[in-house]
Design a binder for this molecule. Structure first.
Ligand SMILES: CCCCC/C=C\C/C=C\C/C=C\C/C=C\CCCC(=O)SCCNC(=O)CCNC(=O)[C@H](O)C(C)(C)COP(=O)(O)OP(=O)(O)OC[C@H]1O[C@@H](n2cnc3c(N)ncnc32)[C@H](O)[C@@H]1OP(=O)(O)O
Length: 225
């Protein structure tokens, strides 16, 4: 096994945290993340005068000084508590502690559909007034990957094909995905990203269970989902 694969595996951790401790952490860090997310939008759109900008920045420097007194060297990784509750809190699309995540919160239907209603603000702009195409890809990668995982056939994105049908607005959006078929260690998933006028982006992905997680290769975490 190469060092980089060993490093990946080490970031999948069972830390035995109780559900109550997890809820306490979510209550503590969730509002901090929301506040930073709002700050990103304010930094982009504020039109206050120079002295106010500089005063606000000084406050931010003080906040940073408090937070940096004890810091996990990172990245956050994926952690499971004692009951098996998963925390992918660093995830760029859905992480509870990641302020750059929209964040996406998924629902799962009994028929295998994963879906999310979410909002993209001005920080996700690509073409003027529209969602950046890379952000649409981020959302769909996460939606398709989540459907694969929820269907018991998780994997790393091997291939992701996208067809941008119409411009994706900013604002209220919907994404959904479902498993099309499972072929051994490969899960083929399809999905869409939609705005108020209909489907904007269609996606098909192949998700592949990496070699190290297939068993027989000393997978560190044996019961991840
Ligand atoms: C124990 C912990 C759980 C482990 C679960 C692991 C991952 C799950 C991760 C997340 C799931 C959770 C939630 C989902 C959330 C988010 C989704 C976003 C996920 C990502 O953001 S993820 C980052 C981007 N992603 C990468 O960074 C991948 C880099 N890459 C690799 O890590 C390898 O490249 C890999 C693993 C893809 C394949 O490597 P490998 O060694 O396992 O492949 P191998 O040679 O054995 O081939 C086996 C069969 O797959 C075919 N095949 C190979 N490569 C293919 C490809 N690219 N496309 C289509 N088919 C392919 C072959 O043709 C053969 O097919 P056949 O058997 O039919 O001949």
């Amino acid at each position: 096994m190469t060092d980089s694969i060993a490093q990946q595996q080490m970031l999948y951790v069972r830390d035995e945290m109780s559900d109550a401790e997890i809820a306490e952490q979510a209550d503590l860090y969730g509002p901090l993340t929301d506040s930073v997310r709002e700050l990103i939008e304010l930094a982009l759109l504020t039109e206050v005068d120079g002295p106010e900008v500089r005063a606000a920045q000084e406050h931010l420097e003080s906040a940073k000084q408090i937070l940096r007194t004890r810091v996990n060297p990172g990245p956050y990784g994926v952690r499971w508590g004692a009951s098996g509750q998963k925390r992918a809190w660093g995830n760029a699309a859905a992480g509870l502690r990641n302020a750059i995540a929209p964040p996406l919160v998924f629902n799962f239907d009994a028929d295998g559909r994963a879906w999310t209603d979410f909002h993209l603000g001005s920080a996700y702009e690509g073409p003027a007034g529209l969602t950046h195409g890379g952000i649409a890809a981020l959302v769909l990668d996460q939606a398709l990957g989540s459907a694969a995982e929820a269907g018991g056939a998780p994997g790393m994105t091997g291939t992701l094909n996208l067809r941008y049908l119409r411009p994706t607005p900013l604002g209220a959006l919907h994404a959904e995905a479902r498993i099309d078929r499972v072929e051994g260690i490969k899960t083929i998933v399809t999905g869409q990203l939609s705005g108020p006028d209909g489907v904007c982006v269609e996606a098909e992905g192949i998700f592949i269970l990496p070699r190290w997680a297939r068993g027989g290769d000393s997978a560190k975490v044996s019961d991840p989902v």
